[in-house]
Design a protein around this ligand. Structure first.
Ligand SMILES: [Zn+2]
Ligand SMILES: [Zn+2]
Length: 209
């Protein structure tokens, strides 16, 4: 599996484009800059099978509809994120653009489901806390963590549907159970590993609250 990460938008969201040897692809969190994403897909001759949303915040979904129109791929999100995705007050889209486009989602998934494209299979890990329907995607030693965990720190829990105790639980009892060698590609900032975060992540600071 190859991974191309493109930083999009005004707050630097990581869009991950992943693909197998036969160019079957998935796009995780197309946050903005649809033209750049489309050029990358075209330059690499990728066949995009799915657009996967770790969660519904505006900085992760802003280019969904343009990408869906270009690729014909189906858009996938967690079933508990439906309300947030459909409401720009909850997705925060309203605060950056009064006409923020609500992403068109084709299918909703849940814990343990597999999202497929060619040789790639992403396993859904439901990780509420940053948002209620936030999810991480795991495949072959790689985790796409959205805004649940970052290099050295954790996601915010003060936006609609956020919850600190759920967030720390998701990190400690779901993400940290993965092998230490798992490489984490998060929604903002550099990549890290489960082993490194188990040692240094700020999540431990918030456990006693
Ligand atoms: Zn977010
Ligand atoms: Zn974000």
């Amino acid at each position: 599996m190859q991974i191309i990460t493109i930083i999009t938008g005004t707050i630097g969201e990581n869009c991950h484009i992943i693909f197998d040897e036969r160019k079957n692809a998935m796009v995780i969190d197309p946050g903005d800059e649809a033209n750049t994403l489309i050029k990358t897909i075209s330059d690499n001759q990728l066949s995009v099978k799915a657009i996967v949303l770790t969660h519904g915040h505006y900085d992760h979904v802003g280019a969904v509809n343009e990408l869906k129109a270009y690729t014909g791929a189906s858009v996938v999100a967690h079933e508990e994120e439906k309300e947030l995705i459909q409401n720009p007050n909850l997705s925060l889209g309203m605060f950056v653009d009064p006409a923020f486009p609500v992403p068109e989602v084709d299918s909703y998934v849940k814990e343990g489901d597999e999202i497929l494209a060619g040789d790639i299979s992403l396993r859904v890990i439901h990780t509420p806390g940053h948002t209620q329907g936030g999810m991480c995607l795991y495949t072959d030693g790689v985790l796409f963590s959205g805004d649940t965990v970052f290099y050295g720190t954790l996601g915010r829990w003060d936006f609609p549907t956020g919850d600190l105790s759920k967030l720390t639980h998701s990190i400690l009892h779901k993400i940290f159970l993965l092998p230490d060698s798992t490489v984490i590609y998060s929604g903002h900032g550099p990549a890290t590993t489960v082993g490194e975060e188990k040692v240094s992540n700020e999540v431990y600071r918030w456990l006693s609250i």
